[in-house]
Design a protein around this ligand. Structure first.
Ligand code: GLA
Length: 373
């Protein structure tokens, strides 16, 4: 690429960066739409990351260049303390400085260069990885007294309080705390977390369907509101308060609230069962739990789309796949699959070929990464 199309930090700002940090995207193995219901989630970091280069300034100007979004143009700009929404991708950056200042942290202006390998709208948390990477960079640049859990919590505030996306805490916590090859078992009510290694003998496959979602749009918000209505009718605070042994109570709710609540209650139970199966190395059981989670998202929570269902159906036909499910917020995005040891790359290729031929979409393989990538 020519410097004009994708200039370096020095080319953009005339001096080198002081801080260079990254934060990963995530794949959620199971536990979908449970985080805003006080429940359990099981995300894992992916190798694709958001990179931030940053340098402090002596004034209050914030200049930001995105290698993905600025497309050869000039850096975007705003003044610290005058953050205002409505500027697309820059809202995530403004949200970070807004939230930090609101919490009483003292900043000065900064020059920032962003670049990300996490595809936008893929259900793999591109925005949370940006929030957390930038929070990390500012923590270093200004010696902010924040630990990794606080960083995750602030990442959520960026989205809920500034950008206006009513998301849960899973994605920024994963970007801040999760590692590669191990699941982060998080109780979103107590914020208790445990690291659960993946057992040997399994390849994780992630395929982006090519159908993009947008969580600040209506559907995600509607699901949250439905969960709140279900809680009000059941006389509980959060759906987490309904144990699986009392699942029958969801049948007293009007449709679709009963199905929405059933998904959340059974999904919480599936996370616990998945943690057990991971510890026992029971790959067949893991696969069953993945398919059950997908069916619950498709039929009860209604967050899938035909393209995602097609990917999961193709996985079901493949003898090398243990299980597959929609990952992330839904309405498009990616599918995560568990495949037999050493077969992941071939599985991903053949499922993508069949999917592309039948859907007309252009899928991409995020995991396994091509060798040498
Ligand atoms: C999005 C949100 C998360 C979570 C998932 C669904 O990724 O950002 O907080 O609610 O959807 O599990």
């Amino acid at each position: 690429m020519t410097p004009h199309v994708n200039p370096s930090f020095s080319e953009l700002f005339g001096h080198p960066a002081q801080v260079v940090v990254h934060a990963p995207g995530r794949v959620n193995l199971i536990g979908e739409h449970t985080d805003y219901n006080g429940g359990f989630v099981l995300p894992m970091a992916i190798p694709q990351q958001t990179h931030v280069e940053l340098r402090r300034r002596d004034d209050t100007r914030v200049r930001v260049f995105s290698a993905n979004k600025s497309q050869g143009g000039a850096p975007s700009e705003y003044t610290l303390g005058q953050e205002a929404t409505g500027q697309g991708w820059l809202d995530y950056v403004q949200g970070v400085t807004f939230v930090l200042q609101r919490e009483g942290h003292r900043l000065s202006g900064v020059d920032v260069r962003l670049s990300s390998e996490v595809p936008l709208g893929s259900g793999l948390s591109s925005s949370a990885s940006l929030d957390v990477a930038l929070l990390r960079a500012l923590r270093t640049a200004f010696s902010l007294p924040l630990d990794d859990v606080q960083l995750g919590l602030l990442g959520q505030r960026v989205e809920t309080d500034f950008v206006g996306a009513p998301v849960g805490v899973m994605d920024p916590m994963a970007a801040s705390m999760a590692g590669l090859g191990e699941a982060l078992f998080l109780d979103t009510r107590s914020m208790n977390l445990e690291r659960v290694p993946l057992p040997p003998g399994v390849d994780v496959v992630i395929i982006n369907s090519g159908v993009a979602h947008n969580h600040s749009s209506g559907d995600y918000r509607v699901r949250r509101a439905e969960c709140e209505k279900a809680c009000a009718l059941l006389g509980i605070q959060e759906l987490r308060d309904l144990p699986e042994s009392e699942l029958a109570r969801t049948e007293t709710l009007p449709d679709p609230l009963g199905r929405r609540a059933r998904h959340v209650v059974t999904e919480n139970a599936r996370v616990l069962a998945t943690v057990q199966a991971l510890r026992a190395g029971d790959l067949e059981r893991l696969g069953q739990l993945f398919y059950a989670s997908h069916d619950s998202q498709r039929l009860d929570y209604e967050v899938s789309v035909p393209e995602i269902d097609l990917l999961v159906d193709l996985a079901r036909e493949d003898a090398d796949v243990y299980g597959a499910r929609l990952t992330g917020g839904g309405f498009g995005g990616s599918v995560v699959m568990l495949a037999r040891d050493g077969t992941g790359a071939a599985v991903a290729r053949r499922i993508c070929e069949r999917y592309a031929a039948r859907s007309g979409q252009r899928p991409t393989i995020l995991l396994p990464q091509p060798t040498g990538a």
